[in-house]
Design a protein around this ligand. Structure first.
Ligand SMILES: Cc1cc2nc3c(=O)[nH]c(=O)nc-3n(C[C@H](O)[C@H](O)[C@H](O)COP(=O)(O)OP(=O)(O)OC[C@H]3O[C@@H](n4cnc5c(N)ncnc54)[C@H](O)[C@@H]3O)c2cc1C
Length: 415
């Protein structure tokens, strides 16, 4: 079939790759080259241990403190509150007992398939050199803060039997010699992998997609023309396309294209920033991503230096970035790792596409037989892209994807 994939982020690229592998003629449509949206600037973690939804009771309890604290990992642009309020209410409802456990199970169903799906991509595209079996370390300077920040996560890791280790003393230093002595405790997740540079990873998959006959068309999709339950035309700023199948993978911007079709998906951006810092001139840099729990930032080794990524800013994806909090965090890196100069080489903002139940939308659009949806991967888009692509290819081929897709439907209640 002639397939148009709207959005050439890691999710769209993986969907396109899977479909091209099955012989379809795939065109990725995006004003940006593959991998240059939110997929460009993430922390690069293949987070195979992530089973805790954002909406859980621990977050509910911490919310007032998180919203009011200066330099909190969670920031809200208060002017956006009237727009955001319905989404926030759904997030609060998602955290209620019974609900969040169901979301965690549905998240686990995807995450537990993510590694095999990435392995298939890595093998077929020859990307082994871009991936490190590093694990992920979440550290605290203070024991109480460690317990507070990781209690819920550890409970869920136990429940789903995900390997993890609480580390301190010599074991902590052995894992990360660059940690300053004041850092006392850590949660080590040994199954996590890291990609050395997210853009190279998406580009590597796209290069193989091109070898299989796929291509990228530089255009912005303005609308989808739907008649008699089918997309008849994809209208772009550079002409109109008439594919047989459309995959919508435009991250947080997918909602704009669906609204005229009568599909109101509560998709919001959890905005995140990064700063690139120079790699240490002397001594070891971090071997693996290190999350500084009390300050709420993450330091990830990348090929171009150390990438400091931030927590969540709740604001419109169209609002201008505010880099000031990021700069204040950069000044605090010395509290965590020795030898890293707090000098900013580059700054960036991205938009995690988030639904209140922390689950993506994957599946055919209601009442539209040739429109597939693949967006809303929140903090896990890199992790879940390959398994999403595989599921999309299964659905197109009429194969059983091997898991219940009801939790990811576009017409679910979203709590
Ligand atoms: C700071 C930060 C750190 C993160 N760390 C991690 C991590 O370590 N591990 C992990 O798994 N995830 C992480 N994430 C999340 C991850 O980056 C996202 O979930 C993922 O990039 C989403 O991919 P996507 O392909 O859906 O979206 P995008 O990468 O945003 O791609 C969507 C594409 O759609 C295009 N588009 C939009 N509108 C249109 C239109 N009208 N027509 C055509 N094209 C359009 C955009 O230009 C864009 O290229 C992080 C995110 C942030 C912000």
């Amino acid at each position: 079939m002639k397939v148009v994939v709207i959005g050439a982020g890691i999710v769209g690229t993986c969907c396109g790759w899977h479909l091209a592998r099955e012989g379809h003629a795939v065109e990725l449509v995006d004003p940006l080259p593959p991998g240059c949206g939110t997929s460009f600037g993430n922390a690069g973690i293949l987070s195979y241990s992530h089973v805790l939804p954002v909406g859980h009771p621990g977050v509910l309890r911490a919310l007032p403190r998180l919203l009011l604290r200066r330099d909190s990992p969670l920031r809200l642009r208060w002017g956006y509150l009237p727009v955001l309020a319905p989404w926030l209410l759904r997030l609060l409802r998602a955290a209620r007992p019974g609900r969040f456990e169901a979301h965690a199970r549905a998240l686990h169903a995807l995450v537990s398939r993510a590694e095999a799906a990435h392995e298939a991509v890595i093998e077929a595209c020859g990307l082994r050199h871009l991936v490190r079996a590093s694990g992920w370390l979440k550290v605290a300077r203070d024991g109480d803060a460690f317990d507070r920040e990781t209690a819920w996560e550890r409970r869920f890791l136990e429940r789903f039997g995900v390997p993890h280790e609480v580390v301190a003393g010599a074991r902590l230093r052995e894992l990360e010699p660059a940690l300053v002595p004041e850092v006392r405790r850590g949660l080590f997740l040994p199954r996590e992998r890291r990609v050395v540079y997210p853009l190279d990873y998406t580009r590597g998959i796209f290069a193989d997609l091109e070898r299989r006959g796929g291509r990228w068309r530089q255009a912005r999709v303005a609308s989808l023309r739907v008649e008699s339950g089918r997309v008849r035309a994809v209208v772009t700023d550079r002409g109109t396309l008439a594919p047989e199948l459309v995959v919508l993978a435009a991250g947080v911007f997918s909602r704009e294209l669906l609204r005229p079709l009568g599909l109101a998906i509560p998709l919001e951006a959890e905005r995140g920033y990064h700063a690139t810092l120079p790699a240490p001139a002397a001594g070891p840099g971090p071997e693996r991503p290190v999350l500084a729990l009390e300050d709420g930032f993450l330091l990830a080794p990348m090929k171009d230096g150390i990438r400091l990524t931030t927590g969540i800013e709740l604001a419109s994806p169209y609002a201008p970035p505010d880099f000031r909090p990021l700069r204040r965090l950069v000044a605090r890196v010395g509290r965590w790792l020795a030898g890293i100069e707090p000098r900013i080489l580059g700054e960036w903002i991205g938009y995690r596409p988030c639904l209140p139940d922390s689950l993506p939308v994957i599946g055919f659009a209601p009442r539209c037989e040739n429109l597939l949806l693949a967006f809303g991967h929140h903090h896990l888009g890199l992790t879940l892209a390959a398994v999403t692509g595989r599921i999309v290819a299964d659905l197109v081929a009429g194969r059983d994807p091997g898991l219940d897709l009801a939790p990811y439907r576009a017409d679910r209640p979203f709590v």
